[in-house]
Design a protein around this ligand. Sequence first.
Ligand code: HAM
Length: 429
Amino acid sequence: MSAGSACQRIKGTVDLLPEDTRAWRALAQAVTDEMALTGYEEIRTPLLEPTELFVRGVGEETDIVTKEMFTFERADRSMTLRPEGTAGVVRAYLENGMHRRPSPQRLYYMGPMFRYERPQAGRQRQFHQIGAELFGAKGAPADAECILLAWRVLQRAGVPAEALSLQVNSVGSGESRARFVNGLKDLVRPHLDKLDEVHQQRYEKNPLRLLDSKDPYCVELFASAAFEQFLNDSIALNDAWDQCEKTIDLLKAMGVPVSINRRLVRGLDYYTGVVFEVSSNLLGAQSAVCGGGRYDNLVASLGGPDTPATGFGIGVERLMLLQQASIAPPPCVYIVTDQYHADAFQLAATLRAEGIPCQVDLSGRAFGKQLASAEKAGAVLAVIRGEEEARHGGWVVKDLAAKTQSVLETPCTAAVVDMYRQRVETSGS
Ligand code: HAM
């Protein structure tokens, strides 16, 4: 940066301006309300965690851990800005003895995550997630509860169901997952020399991730009849398939449109059973708005007792791209005034105390210009208090929607409150 030039935000981060934060606040409220309906309570964990937590939790060979973490050292301690929420919530669950509380524990969170990825539409380096984690419950009803909750949150946030596709899969757990991975490797092995170096490494270290590769050779291979046959055969060996089918039945019974995608794998290593993703073709290349699934080994692998668990994360920025309605500022009363009028300030304070948003024009400009600002600010009423009005002991009130005007005597507060409430009720704001 040369001397005197303005600092710019870091690539992959965004500023949220007042027109954005309005929608964020409404979303946070909708999420809180929806989570409460199913008994989920908020947990807030630090943005900074020991690096080791993600290495052990998310997986040493995952893209997140190998290349996407913001990691640094302080006082010989390696720490990382959280790339996802689950590992930190599991740490907090154990560190605070929450595993000794009655099961199940239902937790949710909303906040920033950090991944050093190549920024593009729908992909940032600092992004936000709404996440939920359900500890201490196994079986299809727990999986279905979690997926249904993710679905409900998206609906409540104003994302139309028609814009979404919910896909579920299970690659099995334990032994059957290992068998699936071995079968997959057998199938890919004869084609290894045709894969590039990155995919050859994936084959060695994280073969499941080959399944969601966009490499044309992989796509062709996994579209083949031989691979389809392998997928069908693997169902009989999958110890978690029954649970996956029951979960799907429950979701269908709840009217949630869901389909099986046998090629669905997730980018984090901790999943053990049913996994799912909600995507939208309106989002372009970064189509996943939500992902999650069962992770029955993570709590034990981070030092806790055996604890079944499942959860999801929704990308807030992607959700916002899918939201239909934009949110208008709350309707306010706007006070147009030419100079110091103590009673105009008193009126403003009283209206605010009544819970009515009120802005006082501080510009001293001509009243016409102030009235134009009132319209822009989303005011429903403009109260005019100038020299002229004060001299005659009156207040001019303009109803900006109906384009009518009335003159009120002092004290006018009760009348203004009434007019505001009537106007807001009739306009349904
Ligand atoms: P994930 O699939 O890595 O899962 O992320 C969840 C969601 O976060 C994605 O579907 C996407 O919408 C959003 N997201 C991820 N990376 C970015 C990015 N760079 N920019 C914008 N949005 C992004 C998890 O993180 C798991 N912790 C979810 C989970 C919770 N599984 C069980 N419990």
